[in-house]
Design a protein around this ligand. Structure first.
Ligand code: NAI
Ligand code: MG
Length: 332
């Protein structure tokens, strides 16, 4: 029996997570789902996006399936719920696989993973302002660089054994300099892994020109956030992109996308990213066979092309799309 925290969140988070839960329920595995609330709707009621109680309740579960939350830019002192959870639970590795699936407009033969440092960098939340200026502190610590680099190299050992370290160390000589120095030091413990370096601007271009050349991309928080949406665009869009936020004792799995207010409530959000996030959670729990079956069911439905949501050129609803995936899974 796996104890799982389920946090649908705001907007399309709710629509896609209920479908991902149904997919998990259609496996033979036993889950105890504990539904919890964080996000902007919670903030409007209780004045905080993540009540302390939620964090302590999450600590009594093995992993979390998370949808998406709204982070309004015009509400002062509002903190993103997921950024708060990543820090509170020390989920230092943000793992974002980018893979070619059989959908229109998808680059071929891409199979890479972005490993993004998830707790520091420009997302440390240390910002202040004076009358006519504003400042953000980019915190980078040796300990954090070391653990994210080790995570990336360990992952590369289970893949094609290639790591690309992405920084802007030519300009941000101290912060990116430390990230680079520590990553290269960690690399010495992994002689079987091929190491490359790119500055983030060149990495952004190479992702478009030759995405097949990448295996594991190791980078800091902001760069990883931007490069992963870019990479998602390359393989069919945010509707297909899952992620895991992983620490030493806990994992939170979520689609890369946000709450998508432009399509929220229309029941047309693509559930694939959330379902693939559930698949990553199964892998994390050691259920690799079921993880594979879920992914195969997704691929079958994408290939058939009969039950796709509008972002993939179809006219099915979120529910119909997920229903088709569950149908294939139950027959597998
Ligand atoms: P977004 O990812 O919500 O949407 C970007 C575009 O992609 C929109 O046009 C949307 O309709 C489309 N899209 C996203 N997911 C889709 C899906 N499953 N199916 C079909 N189309 C999909 O990013 P945006 O618009 O920049 O942010 C909206 C809100 O979400 C903001 O408040 C933002 O702060 C928040 N956000 C939350 C995240 C999280 O909770 N982890 C991550 C990113 C954004
Ligand atoms: Mg993002």
């Amino acid at each position: 029996m796996y104890k799982i925290a389920v946090i649908p969140g705001d907007g399309i988070g709710k629509t896609v997570i209920s479908e991902a839960v149904r997919v998990l329920e259609s496996t033979d595995l036993k889950f105890k789902f504990q539904f919890m609330k964080v996000g902007y709707e919670v903030f409007k009621k209780v004045g905080t996006s993540v009540p302390d109680k939620v964090i302590s309740e999450m600590k009594n579960t093995q992993a979390c399936l998370f949808g998406a939350t709204t982070t309004p830019v015009d509400v002062p002192n509002y903190r993103s719920a997921v950024v708060t959870l990543r820090k509170a639970l020390d989920l230092y590795a943000n793992v974002r696989p980018v893979k070619s699936y059989p959908v229109r407009g998808c680059a071929r033969d891409v199979n890479l993973v972005i490993v993004r440092e998830n707790t520091e960098g420009l997302y440390s939340g240390v910002e202040f302002e004076t009358e006519n200026s504003a400042f953000a502190i980019r915190v980078i610590t040796r300990r954090t660089c070391e653990r994210i680099a080790k995570f990336a190299f360990n992952l590369a050992m289970r893949r094609r054994r290639k790591v690309t370290i992405v920084t802007k160390a030519n300009i941000m000589r101290k912060t990116c300099g430390l990230f680079r120095e520590v990553s290269l030091l960690v690399a010495k413990d992994y002689p079987e892994v091929e190491v490359n370096e790119l500055f983030v601007d060149a990495a952004a271009m190479n992702l478009i020109l030759k995405p097949q050349a990448f295996d594991v991309i190791l980078t800091s928080n902001l760069f990883g956030d931007i490069l992963s949406d870019e990479a998602a665009g390359l393989v069919g869009g945010l509707g297909l992109a899952p992620s895991g936020n992983i620490g030493d004792n806990y994992g939170l799995f979520e689609p890369v996308h946000g709450s998508a207010p432009d399509i929220a409530g229309k029941k047309i959000a693509n559930p694939t990213a959330a379902i693939l996030a559930a698949k990553m959670m199964l892998e994390y729990l050691g259920e690799t066979e079921w993880a594979e079956r879920v992914e195969n069911a997704v691929v079958t439905v994408l290939k058939e092309g009969k039950h796709l949501t509008p972002d993939l050129g179809g006219n099915s609803t979120t529910h119909e799309f997920a229903e088709a995936i569950i149908g294939v899974l139950e027959k597998s």
